[in-house]
Design a protein around this ligand. Structure first.
Ligand SMILES: C[S@@+](CC[C@H](N)C(=O)[O-])C[C@H]1O[C@@H](n2cnc3c(N)ncnc32)[C@H](O)[C@@H]1O
Length: 266
């Protein structure tokens, strides 16, 4: 098994991670043989996976630009992943050089790589934490140092909540983040779905879920009503919780196997 210099000691090289599989789908180089094997098993069932990952990234870009247009200049990116092109701090600081970003991920490679590329950026950082434990995020000293909770913040949960089953109480966690935010703050969510897939695709869906069972983050799908429920306490902005391609579309991207939305705390 390869062991590059950027590999943190805490990484389990025998178990695939969703962060590194996602990096593989996006054409990145921060993944290991075990991740590539799992990612290829997903692609075998669902050859569109790389395209899906790229489509999900378009929502990240579109939602960050939307929040910037609403005057948001601080971002808390929960489940931020391994940096790739078009990271939140790049989009935000291109529009507003004073924008502040804290990346949060549970996976050590994602955090190590993020920290490395942000070393010369005093207004952005990355921390390792579990979003299911809001206190560990909200009380983190870097989070408190960089983000001003007396002003609106954009919280991003992009392509991550489908790794948080109801048994882990995503609603309770989101409520904790919501309660820490002032009105005028926002929450952006994208979430994988199989609502509307053909019956003969159900077996393929189960096979994809079987691959993710090898990771620490089993993949779960939610329908539109379930994704809308994640916005409890937020006012969902137009066009509502919709398939990814219908949300303030700025390209010919037609991917629909994810529901997305942005909510405003009122
Ligand atoms: C599919 S990637 C999405 C990355 C990024 N948000 C994007 O849109 O490109 C999901 C990320 O969520 C992270 N993740 C999964 N469960 C998490 C948790 N409980 N707390 C923090 N991060 C988590 C994974 O490590 C992975 O980096």
């Amino acid at each position: 098994m390869e062991q590059a210099s950027w590999v943190p000691a805490s990484v389990d090289l025998d178990r695939p991670s969703t962060a590194r599989m996602y990096d593989y789908y996006l054409g990145g180089s921060h993944n290991f043989a075990v991740d590539r094997e799992a990612a290829k098993a997903v692609e075998h069932v669902f050859p569109g996976m790389s395209g899906a990952a790229r489509s999900l990234r378009t929502f990240l870009r579109r939602s960050v630009r939307y929040l910037l247009d609403q005057g948001i200049d601080q971002f808390l990116d929960l489940g931020s992943g391994i940096p790739t092109v078009g990271n939140v701090h790049e989009i935000a600081q291109a529009a507003n050089p004073a924008a502040r970003v804290v990346y949060v991920d549970i996976e050590p490679v994602a955090v190590a790589h993020s920290t490395a590329i942000l070393s010369a950026n005093p207004l952005a950082t990355a921390i390792q934490a579990d979003l299911r434990d809001p206190a560990s995020v909200l009380e983190n000293e870097d989070v408190r140092r960089l983000l001003d909770f007396d002003r609106p913040i954009g919280v991003l949960m992009v392509a991550v909540l489908h790794f948080v089953p109801d048994s882990d109480d995503p609603h309770g966690a989101i409520a904790r983040y919501r309660d820490a935010l002032v009105p005028g703050s926002f929450l952006a969510i994208s979430h994988a779905t199989v609502e509307g897939v053909q019956v003969d695709a159900e077996q393929d869906t189960a096979r994809v879920q079987d691959v993710y069972k090898r990771t620490e983050s089993p993949l779960i799908f939610r329908d539109r009503a379930e994704v809308a429920k994640l916005f409890d306490g937020f006012e969902v902005v137009e066009p509502g919780v919709v398939p990814l391609s219908e949300w303030r579309r700025d390209s010919d991207d037609a991917y629909t196997s994810a529901y997305v939305g942005v909510g405003r705390k009122v």
